[in-house]
Design a protein around this ligand. Structure first.
Ligand code: KG4
Ligand code: ZN
Length: 343
C-alpha cells in the first residue's frame, strides 16, 4: 500500500495568516485562517507593513493550531508548501521564511507554490472527482484570468484583465459608496436590496476580437455617476448602484467565460478566488451553465477566499512530481501564472 502524503500549507500573501494540513491532495485535515480584516478596515484597505507585522505575530500560533487540529506531528509531514508569490513582498516573506525554517530543521521538502495555482487547486478539495483538463475562471482581489488547466501543474492563460482585477473593482466601487473594506461582500449584500436594471453602466469595448477583460471602465462609470449626482445634489440609491454595477461586471465576465469555454470545447468550468463567493455570480453561473450544458464547479466560500488548504493541495502535486524548491527561493510579488519558482 502507498504511504499517505501529508502536506502542511502556509499562506501569508495578503491579509490572512493561514496554515492547513491536507492528506493525499484531497482531504482537508485542518484549515486555520487568522484574518486581519478588522485591523485593515480602519485604513480602508490592506496596509502592507501592518500586514507583515501581523503575520509575524500570528504565524507560529496558526501553524501550531493546524497541526494540533490535524492531530499530526511535524515529523509525520511529507513536506512544507508555502505561497511564494504573487502577493505583498513583506507579507510573503514571513510565510516563506517560516516554511524554510521548518523545511531545514525537519529536513523535509520545501514546496514553493504560485498563489493562483493554489486558488484553482481549491477545486480538487471541494470536488473530489475533479481531474484535469478543465477551464477555470480565477476572480480574486488581485487577479482575473480564464485558465486552461491541462494537468495538475500545467496552467495556460486564455484571457486576463488588461487593467483592474474584478475584486479590485468591487473594492473601489464599495469604497466610493462609503462601504467598509473589503467591499466585495458589502456590494454582494447591498445589491440584493437594489434594482440591477436601474443604471446602465457602459460595458468595455475593444477594437480587436479578444476574450480579455477590462473592469476599469465600468468602475469609472460608477465613480462618474456618483460624482455627477453629488454635483447636481441629487440623491443616490446605493443599492441600485451596487446591483447595476454587479450586473455589468458579472455579465461581462460570463460572456467572455462561456465564449472561451465553447472555444476550448470545455465540458466543465471550475471557478476560483475570493470573488467566486459572490452570490449573484454563483447564481448566474449555474443558470448559464445549465443553459449551455456545461458543468459549473464552485468551492464553498471558505475555500474561495485566501486559505492554506489550497496551497497544501497545489504543493502536494509538486511533492509527487519531486519538484521541491531550494532554500534560496525568493518571494515573487508579481509572479505570473507561468513564471518559474525555481523548482
Ligand atoms: O482571493 P482573495 O481572498 O484574495 C486575493 O488573492 O486577492 O480575494 C479577495 C477579493 C476582495 O477583492 C474581496 O472584496 C473579494 O475577493 N470578495 C468578494 C466577495 N467576497 C470576497 N467580491 C464580491 N462578492 C463577494 N461575496
Ligand atoms: Zn488569493
Amino acid at each position: 500500500m502507498e504511504k499517505d502524503t501529508f502536506i502542511l500549507g502556509i499562506e501569508t500573501s495578503c491579509d490572512e495568516t493561514a496554515a492547513a494540513v491536507v492528506k493525499n491532495g484531497r482531504t482537508i485535515c485542518s484549515n486555520i485562517i487568522s484574518s486581519q480584516i478588522p485591523v485593515h478596515r480602519k485604513f480602508g484597505g490592506v496596509v502592507p507593513e501592518v500586514a507583515s507585522r501581523h503575520h509575524t505575530e500570528q504565524i507560529t500560533y496558526v501553524v501550531d493550531l493546524a497541526l494540533k487540529e490535524a492531530e499530526i506531528s511535524l515529523e509525520e509531514l511529507s513536506g512544507i508548501a508555502v505561497t511564494a508569490g504573487p502577493g505583498l513582498v513583506g507579507a510573503l516573506l514571513v510565510g516563506l521564511q517560516y516554511a524554510k525554517g521548518l523545511s531545514f530543521a525537519l529536513n523535509k521538502p520545501l514546496l514553493a507554490v504560485n498563489h493562483i495555482h493554489g486558488h484553482i487547486s481549491a477545486n480538487y478539495l471541494a470536488h473530489p472527482d475533479l481531474v484535469p483538463p478543465f477551464v477555470s475562471l480565477v476572480v480574486s482581489g488581485g487577479h482575473t484570468f480564464i485558465v486552461r488547466v491541462r494537468s495538475y501543474k500545467d496552467f495556460q492563460v486564455v484571457a486576463q484583465t488588461r487593467d483592474d482585477a474584478v475584486g479590485e473593482a468591487f473594492d473601489k466601487v464599495a469604497r466610493a459608496l462609503g462601504l467598509p473594506y473589503p467591499g466585495g461582500p458589502q456590494i454582494d449584500r447591498l445589491a440584493k436590496e437594489g434594482c440591477e436594471d436601474a443604471i446602465a453602466f457602459a460595458r468595455p469595448k475593444f477594437s480587436e476580437q479578444t476574450l480579455d477583460f477590462s473592469f476599469s471602465g465600468i468602475k469609472s462609470g460608477v465613480l462618474n455617476y456618483l460624482n455627477s449626482a453629488k454635483l447636481k445634489e441629487e440623491p443616490v440609491n446605493a443599492a441600485d448602484v451596487a446591483a447595476s454595477f454587479q450586473k455589468a461586471v458579472v455579465e461581462n465576465l460570463l460572456d467572455h467565460l462561456f465564449q472561451a469555454a465553447r472555444q476550448e470545447g470545455a465540458v466543465r468550468i471550475a471557478v476560483a478566488g475570493g470573488v467566486a463567493s459572490n452570490s449573484y455570480l454563483r447564481d448566474k453561473l449555474s443558470r448559464r451553465g445549465a443553459q449551455e450544458g456545461i458543468e459549473i464547479l464552485v468551492p464553498p466560500p471558505i475555500l474561495c477566499t485566501d486559505n492554506a488548504a489550497m496551497i497544501a493541495c497545489a504543493g502536494t502535486h509538486l511533492f509527487w512530481a519531486k519538484e521541491e524548491s531550494p532554500l534560496s527561493v525568493n518571494a515573487s510579488p508579481s509572479l505570473g501564472l507561468n513564471d518559474p519558482l525555481g523548482h
